[in-house]
Design a protein around this ligand. Sequence first.
Ligand code: DGL
Length: 276
Amino acid sequence: MIGIFDSGVGGLSVFREIRKLLPQERYIYFSDNAHCPYGEKSREYIIDRARQITDFMLKEGADIIVVACNTATAAAISTIRSEYSTPNDHVRRLTSGRHESVSFIGMEPAVKPAAALTRTGVVGVLATAGTLKADKYRDTKGRHAEDVQVVEHIGQGFVELVESGQTTGQKAESIVMESLEPLLDAGADTIVLGCTHYPFLSETISKVASCLVPDRPTTIIDPAPAVAKHLHKVMQEQNIIKREGFALTLHASGDDSVLKQMAEALLYEGLPPESL
Ligand code: DGL
């Protein structure tokens, strides 16, 4: 079983891509919406949430865990990797001896492909405050974006829009415009979506970009397909692809109505709704 978690519904944008490559697996998705957003929370707080969610998912039967959240990846993945990825009694207890170790697959803002794609030489990154200030992001930028200019902006209010299911319309457009305009003004023609909630705003982001810079096409990059590919490869290597038939179990620490609605909408794209 594949475990996927995020501070909210954002990780469903990653699940959508994973399901394309691994359609016959069982999934458990956890939305930590009672503690959302993670963007402004401390590292310690997010590590604690990641531990609790990991324990829950292992007990439920997860064989591998996707941290489908850039903020949680930046804050917590190295800690939880070292705590759960080496053989230890805690993991064996939670998994009734099933695992010696558990792998975590994380998110990373797609600065590398963006640097290769930009024609203006300016890449824009939209992410949360937590992701943008993390060492992990700075390292990525330092390694992959030496030859381009990278401009960043917090997607202010984006997570709240997606969590409330308002991904299109006038309100969404004006909130998106506030954070996107400075990046486009700086010359960015390639926008990296550095938060898993933001792909649900892609349509609005494209619309606002083509309104603000009608003569310059804007490319939007979502790292989810690359993460899905990586997960698939790791699961092949570990021989844990089970093909037991698709199933998705949804859990939320808060109200689960938007999660259910959005997951159902994704499943209608290609799978029978009774799997929910
Ligand atoms: N979906 C998240 C991310 O990828 C976190 C959003 C938040 O809770 O602030 O960063």
